[in-house]
Design a protein around this ligand. Sequence first.
Ligand code: NAD
Ligand code: MG
Length: 364
Amino acid sequence: MRKLTVSLDHCTYPIYIGAGLLSQLPVYLDEVGIVPDRKLMVISDTQVAPLYGERILASLKQQGYQVDMAVVPAGESSKNLQQFEYLIGECLRFGLDRQSVILALGGGVVGDLAGFVAAAYMRGIPFVQIPTTLLAHDSSVGGKVGVNHALGKNVIGAFHQPAMVLYDVDTLKTLPTRELISGFAEVIKHGLIWDADFVQWLEKNSAELLALRPEKMIEAIYRGCEVKVAIVSQDERESGLRAILNYGHTIGHALEAVSGYIHYTHGEAIAIGMVGAARLSAKVLGTDESVVRKTKELLEAFQLPTQYDGERFPEDRLLLAMKRDKKVRNDEYAFVLTRKIGQVEVVRGIAEEEIRAALQELRK
Ligand code: NAD
Ligand code: MG
């Protein structure tokens, strides 16, 4: 088991990463002061609840906790205000008060939704993140919670930090392969933006990671979270530095948007986006071509795509989607670009022709 501590101005919380941690949940809750006189509500989805929910409920009840579980349909479409309202109703029905605690058991969808319920219920109650996807090493840390609106992703939300993150890598064994691989894209991103040694380590360990070797997975998640923690603790509310976490996301989000959020998973889209950002960096900053090659090779070692279908998703549509990106100010394109492996920066005022040229090289 490994432990990381997140220290922010107003709070501190632990991230535990290990194998077999779920069965120890009551012990870890106790460690952060969540003792059996506090009511608990587990929030999960229809995929994860049958796999791990009942087990958790049983072990908590055995320790004397009063605990109930509310379940939403699996998938991104549950991250909305209807499910939010349903869950608030469940919390009221079970009689949660301001001392009660919500446990978010699932991937990023459950984490964001349950975290937002916790942020809003009685103006904010504590919550614990129990991530069960690899992507959730990203979403469970940092305190951004929220839901989607029909007109935009993640536009309704709050900053609400968890009281603890408990990451049991054993849960990843039941994760569909495509979801697992998608999660590696964010792990790789954390290396590419901040930690060249970690990138080297990922290159060396790709096969064992894809085979879910527990000690390697613990290390990968630990180091990925470490990067996120370092950045979030310097810029909790995204006034500057935190923007670098969007490396690969400008093209990635555009690909997700033009493909209607079905063709590419988020990880696949940002994998392509990171190669695009590296290519653009070579043009705009004169970054060495070896950075493009290394980025591509690493993503391919994790079976991630590095090119997009240019026939299906024309450049003009991608550029239009990019203009709607949150980072665009005064009609100017902004990108997170790389100088070298492990070092990135936000660059504004990038000419459209440069982006077009990078996109052309990115086509299949
Ligand atoms: P997800 O939560 O939808 O999980 C993916 C699928 O895997 C779902 O069908 C889920 O039911 C299933 N699943 C989860 N764990 C499983 C397990 N152990 N075994 C079997 N099946 C399992 O998606 P995700 O990729 O984890 O998260 C995506 C969400 O995270 C998006 O909504 C995104 O906006 C959000 N996100 C938030 C932040 C943040 O900072 N808050 C950062 C990145 C992403
Ligand atoms: Mg992302």
